[in-house]
Design a protein around this ligand. Structure first.
Ligand code: SME
Length: 167
C-alpha cells in the first residue's frame, strides 16, 4: 500500500515529488488500467483539479478510461473535442478558456480550462490521452505541460513502447 506525501506548495517541486512517487507506484505493477487509475488519483490528490482522466484509443474513437471526478462523456470521435484534436495532431493542447475553443466538448459546464496530452506508442501513434480539466480559467501553463509530458512518457514507455507489452 502506498500513501502519497507532498512537502511543498511550489508547483515545480510538487510535480517533482509527484513524478518520483508515480514512478515508484507504477514500476512494480504491470497492469495498464491499474496504473492509469492510480495516476489519475495521484494527480487529483496532488493538485485537486476538477477532472483528471485517461481516454484510450479504440478504433476510430477515444473511449473513457480510468478517471477521478464527475461523470464524463464515454466516447469521443477522432479530431473531435480537445481530446480528439490532441489525438489527431499528436500534440499537447493547452486551452485557457474552453468556451472560446472551437470544437470543445463540454462534459461539464463547470470546466473552464483544460490540458490534454497524447501517450505515444512504439509505432509513433497515439494510444491514449491524458485529459485534465479545471474550474479556473487559464489553470495550465508550460510548467504543467512540461511535467505532465514527463509523466505520460513514463506511462507510455512502460505500457505502449516496451517490447514485452503489458496491456
Ligand atoms: N472536454 C473534453 C472532453 C472530455 S471531458 O472534459 C472529461 C474535450 O473537449 O475533448
Amino acid at each position: 500500500m502506498h500513501e502519497l506525501s507532498f512537502q511543498s506548495e511550489d508547483k515545480n517541486q510538487r510535480y517533482q515529488e509527484l513524478l518520483l512517487q508515480i514512478r515508484t507506484l507504477i514500476e512494480d505493477e504491470s497492469d495498464l488500467i491499474a496504473n492509469l487509475a492510480n495516476t489519475a488519483a495521484a494527480l487529483k490528490e496532488a493538485f485537486g483539479w476538477f477532472w483528471v482522466g485517461f481516454y484510450l484509443v479504440k478504433g476510430e474513437e477515444l473511449v473513457l478510461g480510468p478517471f477521478q471526478g464527475p461523470l464524463a462523456c464515454t466516447r469521443i470521435p477522432y479530431n473531435r473535442g480537445v481530446c480528439g484534436q490532441s489525438w489527431a495532431g499528436k500534440q499537447i493542447l493547452v486551452v485557457p478558456d474552453v468556451n472560446a475553443h472551437p470544437g470543445h466538448i463540454a462534459c461539464s459546464s463547470r470546466s473552464q480550462s483544460e490540458i490534454v496530452l497524447p501517450l505515444i506508442n512504439a509505432s509513433g501513434n497515439v494510444a491514449a490521452v491524458l485529459d485534465i480539466d479545471s474550474e479556473n480559467l487559464a489553470e495550465f501553463d508550460q510548467t504543467d505541460a512540461r511535467y505532465l509530458q514527463k509523466l505520460v512518457e513514463i506511462i507510455a514507455r512502460q505500457h505502449f513502447q516496451s517490447r514485452t507489452k503489458t496491456l
